[in-house]
Write a protein that binds this ligand. Sequence first.
Ligand code: GLC
Ligand code: CA
Length: 600
Amino acid sequence: MHWTKRIAACAISLFLGAVALTAQGQPAPASTPHQTATTSSANLQDWWKNAVICEIYPRSFQDSNGDGIGDLNGITQRLDYLKTLGVDAIWLSPIYPSPQVDFGYDISDYENIDPQYGTLADFDRLVAEARKRHIRILMDMVMNHSSDKHKWFEESRSSRNNPYRDWYVWHDGKGETATEKGEVPNNWQSDFGHSAWEWDEKTRQYYYHKFYIQQPDLNWDNPKVHQAFKDIIGFWLKRGVGGFRFDAITTLFEDPNLTDDDVLKDKDGKPFLNAYGDVALNDTRTNNLPGTHPVMQEMRVVSDKFGSGGFPGTRVLIGETYLPNIGELAKQYGTPDKPEFQLPMDTQIGFINKLDVAAFRAKLNDAETQLGSNIPLIVFDNHDNARLDARYGDGVHDTDIQRVISTMLFASRGTALFYYGDEIGMKTTPPTRKEDVKDPVGLTGWPKDKGRDGERTPMQWDATTNAGFTTGTPWLPVPPTYTTVNVKAEEPQPDSLLSWYKSLIALKKDNPAFAHGDNVMLDTENTKVLSWMRKAAGAPQVVVAVNFTADAQTVNLTTGDAGVKAGHAKTLLKSPGGTDPASLDKVELGPFGVYIGEVK
Ligand code: GLC
Ligand code: CA
């Protein structure tokens, strides 16, 4: 599995002022690890270093023409909303022409727009309108596989001698004879269930697919594939995109020896079965192979060559990098001579999936101390995982818990990525009947895994029919919560989750300790409250305390070596009903309460 099932995020910053034209990918000297990080108002070149990025699932954000499917013109209509929130960049899940088996992650033409979402002219208008608001558009780049309807694959499967044959991963079956097809080449499995090999009767070989059968893997041992994607990236960079999110990037390469993956066993030696009823495998032969690094170095050269594209600052490469530990994540940034991603996602933090203080302290501290001068990209949620309520909520304090989560997201050092709808507290709403399922994962996995529809429901804008998403029939039902959980209802309420997001994002940009200060953990033995300090030279220190429990807690932030010395603080933000502490040795927090204060 390259992603952990069930998880969302968005990122922002302004392009005012100017400074620090640090060469891209050049870690700062070890002695000043984080001081080159930007402040929103003070660094154009490195805009992405303290940014807020929002992932939009275009199908579900805003429909503009009444067909029930979100589209590009719909997103353009909602840009002012994103700007008010403080978003610097939008990552769009794929909008290219696609048979939509995997809702766009099966691409049949990399240089066009699917008519469901609009036209290239609509896209250009979106980019231009976003730019007026200082928002960059980031494209999803799917390089591991194409659609089986892409002309490359149609050529490839047409004959063994076709020039495109070696653009994909073809192998003979085991024990094949002139009349009998062989068995699958090995035990490798698709992340979406069952064998990763599909027999092609016409040319009598198997092709490999890490994902759906309709998503054949491209062959990255073929230099022509590299060139094709460099051209595609150039096509979009020329059109003014701010960068890319590279899909499933750790899955580009497979073991050339076709060694079987190891079976995962419990302590009694019995194999585990996954939700698809298959024996669970550890996919070390098809995931995180070293070949990805030179590929990303090549892509980075192309991206850097294009410069800023009319915006201040560089284009940014983001990676979908589910990796086992911080050491593996650190490698994704490349080296000063051979940079790769600026922002590989740190999925270690946001997908802990339970409110465990020690685990968050350890993982946030890893991101602070183990990545050198590189910037962590923190993310808690996306279109592949159940929303935050399902992974962190308790059904009673969900809004307070969302404050806890968003504080870790926006008040830690780094770039923050949030998933549309999390800012208003949208809830996971999976289908209740198999016949309603749209994501094939849910059909294969039913009922154990109901698929990803539950986190892809339409954005809840207001309390009118279909939550203001469409005048037609929405492609996925609007969750019943929309009458109260919606943008229009939350905007005027100072205590709403939406207002909390806005305040946190404003602090992230405007407060110098938040914008570029180091992250230092406080009160590090506490198992109920996570506390930390942000400190930047020449700026007042800021303390953050977050209660992970449903009981009131009191914390002392002045203990230990790292403890703050001064006793008083000016409150910058606190949960509704929270108190202003008289002294930092006695900070009182309500259930799942958050306190943020500037040390005096
Ligand atoms: C990534 C995408 C997911 C997609 C898969 C195959 O994990 O986030 O939605 O199904 O890759 O492209
Ligand atoms: Ca539409």
